[in-house]
Design a protein around this ligand. Structure first.
Ligand code: HEM
Length: 185
């Protein structure tokens, strides 16, 4: 009891606060700390792509966020139509983001800040963006895989993009009929 009284007196002596006031302040600071920490994402978690599985069911592409699924398979799609690819344009935060260059499809989910909803390059996602990349263009009519009429330097720019993507992202499939004269819609 004497120890308890001494401690209480020391607290008052050091802080000028009553023990009850001091404990209340400490508790409030802990609550504020926890609340503020909960508002931020750890840097290592920020760019984590969702874990995905791919199921082919009657030729319908069906990929879901399966972070709770223990036996998640690496995403590999094989042949995909342009229509199916469109479903992975980054507008759904629970789906992977896919993008094609020269008909080869890459999982660019790790760069959701570029290709996800509201991202600066979201218009390239869910499609073959070869023409736009070759021409360094954001025009809607160039958002397709049509390589017709591109000159040597433009094809070289496209090659540089392809090299970058091959190095940075996992190739997950290819387009069934790569576009040659699509309007980008
Ligand atoms: C004013 C002109 C531009 C600036 C300042 C700019 C800046 C940037 C920056 C800073 C990055 C991030 C690079 C990194 O961290 O790896 C980036 C990425 C990218 N840029 Fe641009 N950019 C410009 C024009 C363009 C154009 C014209 C295109 C194509 C039409 C383009 C397509 C891309 C793509 C696809 C990425 C993402 C590459 C990846 O997935 O790693 N940019 N840009």
């Amino acid at each position: 009891m004497a120890l308890y009284t001494t401690v209480m007196e020391e607290i008052t002596g050091y802080t000028g606060l009553s023990p009850a006031a001091l404990f209340t302040i400490v508790a409030l600071m802990a609550v504020v700390y926890k609340t503020v920490c909960g508002m931020f994402v750890a840097p290592e978690d920020f760019n984590k792509p969702p874990v995905v599985t791919a199921n082919f069911n009657s030729n319908i592409l069906n990929m879901t966020n399966s972070s709770n699924t223990k036996d998640a398979q690496p995403l590999q799609l094989g042949e995909v139509t342009e229509h199916q690819l469109k479903a992975y344009d980054g507008s759904d935060p629970n789906k992977p983001i896919l993008m094609a260059i020269k008909g080869q499809i890459y999982d660019v989910s790790s760069s959701r800040m570029f290709y996800g909803r509201g991202g600066p390059y979201a218009m390239f996602a869910g499609r073959d963006a070869s023409r736009a990349l070759a021409l360094l263009s954001f025009k809607p009519q160039d958002l397709n895989g049509n390589l017709q009429g591109l000159d040597a330097s433009e094809l070289e720019i496209l090659q540089d993009w392809e090299d970058k993507f091959m190095e940075k992202y996992v190739k997950v499939g290819h387009l069934a009929c790569p576009t040659t004269n699509d309007s980008g819609s």
